[in-house]
Design a protein around this ligand. Structure first.
Ligand code: NAP
Length: 252
């Protein structure tokens, strides 16, 4: 499939996990990607992975930026316009996770979660929209299944992802007159460093998470990347203003 030939994509969170798998998928399908992340090393590894296939060289440009920094977001948009020649698709993947039992919830944790996950996503949308083409422009925002399903110790993270979801649904209706689609995608558990490093402290009861496990196990990042690519492509052309939940049926 070459669904992204002559399509310029700005992708955040491209230095690891779901973002890296998405970058590889988009480049493999002919796309040209400005790959944004905090981690220079992560981006280097993503570029290596994405350009392993013949013909991919030069179609992924790394760009180090903090998505929660307004100036850095504006600069990333300028880099995409300058280096790729425009932006057709924006995919917001960058995010952070915290396990925060309610008695240990801090204002700084809460603020950081909202600033990176929700404000960062909103800033990229605001700055990209003037550049996105009418009728074919697409924004895909990664939320989380925990935005709509109550999981213990995740209240702050889930609230920040609920903000991403609500923001995306409102934005979809606001830009509908331009024919631009906005699709929030909510993964369940995915095997990436995000959750791997954030295990629950032993004194907390983890049995709930065993009970809601998908019969299909934990997703590979590539399984989420496939859905993000679908949502961003012309195959997802009738998809907008609705949450796409990719959780392997973990709550059924
Ligand atoms: P990941 O492997 O940790 O990748 C996230 C990437 O975002 C990292 O490269 C990280 O860089 C980058 N990032 C973090 N803060 C940033 C910032 N302020 N500016 C720029 N880049 C930043 O995690 P992942 O699992 O692929 O998660 C991707 C998205 O999926 C997140 O939004 C996450 O909330 C969502 N999600 C994940 C799961 C899951 O189970 N993994 C489930 C539902 C939703 P550093 O490594 O340098 O921090």
């Amino acid at each position: 499939m070459n669904r992204f030939e002559r399509v310029n994509i700005l992708l955040t969170g491209a230095g690891s996990g779901i973002g890296r798998a998405t970058a590889v998928r988009l480049v493999a399908e002919g796309g040209t990607v400005l790959a944004v992340d905090l981690s220079e090393d992560g981006l280097r590894r993503t570029v290596e992975a994405a350009t392993a296939e013949p013909g991919a060289a030069g179609r992924i440009v790394p760009h180090v930026a903090d998505v929660s920094d307004e100036r850095a977001v504006i600069d990333a948009i300028s880099a995409a316009v300058g280096e790729l020649g425009g932006i057709d698709v924006l995919i917001n993947v960058a995010g952070i996770h915290r396990t925060t039992p309610i008695d240990r919830l801090t204002v700084s944790d809460m603020q950081r979660l909202f600033t990176v996950n929700a404000v960062g996503t909103a800033l990229f949308c605001r700055e990209a929209l003037p550049h996105l083409p009418d009728d074919t422009g697409v924004i895909v925002n990664v939320a989380s299944s925990s935005a709509t399903h109550g999981n213990p110790y995740m209240s702050a993270y889930s609230a920040s992802k609920g903000a991403v979801l609500a923001f995306s649904l409102c934005l979809a209706s606001e830009v509908a007159h331009r024919g631009i689609r906005v699709v929030p995608v909510s993964p369940g558990a995915v095997a990436t460093p995000l959750t791997g490093a954030d295990v629950l402290p032993p004194e907390l009861d983890a049995s709930y998470y065993q009970r809601i496990r998908s019969p299909r196990g934990v997703a590979d990042p590539e399984q989420i990347a496939g859905v993000l690519a679908f949502a961003a492509s012309r195959d997802g052309g009738y998809l907008t203003g609705a949450e796409v939940r990719v959780d392997g049926g973990s709550h059924t």
